[in-house]
Design a protein around this ligand. Sequence first.
Ligand code: PLP
Length: 448
Amino acid sequence: MAFSDLDKWISQYPLLEKIIKLEPVTWINPYRKKMGEIRSLPLNKRDMQDAEALWKRFAPYLAKAFPELKSTKGFIESGLEEISAFKKLFNERQKGKIEGWLFLKRDDELPVAGSIKARGGIFEVLHYAEELALENGLLKPGDNYEVFDSEKFRNFFRQYSIGVGSTGNLGLSIGIISAKLGFRVSVYMSSDAKEWKKNLLRSKGANVLEFEGDFGEAITEGRRATFADPKGYFVDDENSKYLYLGYSVAALRLKKQLDEQKIKVDAEHPLFVYSPCGVGGSPGGVAFGLKQVFGDHVHCFFVEPTHSPSVLLGILTGKMEKISVHDLGIDNQTEADGLAVGRPSAFATPISKLLISGIYTIEDDELFRLLYLLGKSQNIFIEPSATAGLMGPQRILQTNYIKENNFDPKNITHIAWATGGVFVPKDEMDRFYRRGEKLCEHKAGVVN
Ligand SMILES: *Cc1c(COP(=O)(O)O)cnc(C)c1O
């Protein structure tokens, strides 16, 4: 992009100036529509219910193939926990206060894949496996899906290959489920992807290929190599309807959890949800689902690193997936590897533009401080990316959003979506924790 264009853009979208300087920003989305005003979306509630039905069909298989799913009968879901000790510690160190109730959605503990990618990634591979099995006469509607855990099925799937480009967690989810079903699976990663993630994938039987340079190149190469195989299927994080649907099902489950905990969601008791955002698929799918379930009473916010504000740039400028952070000279370098994505999803971003309430950006140091505070107060240890939502209540309180909507801050239920962590090796987590501790001591009380 020419610099004259950049000047024109900055005058049109003044926020770009701060974004380019890597300053944290909080952006309220002026394009958001009320649910009643939205004519049509590429998916609807029925699609979500069909997706939930697919999970149910596969539950007997999942319970058989993964011992960790036995106790839940093949159901992959995480808890919803109130984190009042964190809220207290955070408020003690803060001028601005978190008001209302604060919960953590524990996708950091999701079994099988250890991150929110267990929702989207596993769903997409199961969907593909079912389609292949039906088309080739191995399966008919009504069969018990335990048959997927058999030599016959594994030998059949061995003819097919699955490819995915990933900074880490998506590769883990796709690699683990694909290898278990018998597919040949290749994960294309940037060479700076975490070593333990590569090793774990190899141990599960996935083929790991590393690429120098930006993660976008790993995706491009992955797509090319996968399509060179006539029986190749590429899981395309930049444009996937199935990943999205898999994520959306979380909303149906969350509704149940809120009901069980007797948490009201209505006009006076809004639900605010803060989701760490990379390409925008997982937060987008979750937001889409929540909007189908709670309508205008849920308010969805995304969080991106100051060095990777891809979805913010896409929506703010209207360029969607046509813009990358590199176009503005932003380097996409962040410790939050789950969020280090330079270009937003083509599928998810236009939908998010209509549904989400806003996006804020956050610095890496802040992620480590939050990681430390959460660990210290709640004994919960999540990966750096996954902490980003914890800043949400304070960041949104600092805008006019709550006042303009006439909400009483005390009546808000906040959910910070913790997106990954349980697979992080202990020594690595210890390093993260100590780094956060040091940052907190260094700048006592300056978590903002
Ligand atoms: C992938 C990921 C996200 C973001 O999901 P996107 O679909 O890339 O937006 C957030 N947190 C963690 C830990 C992740 O792995």
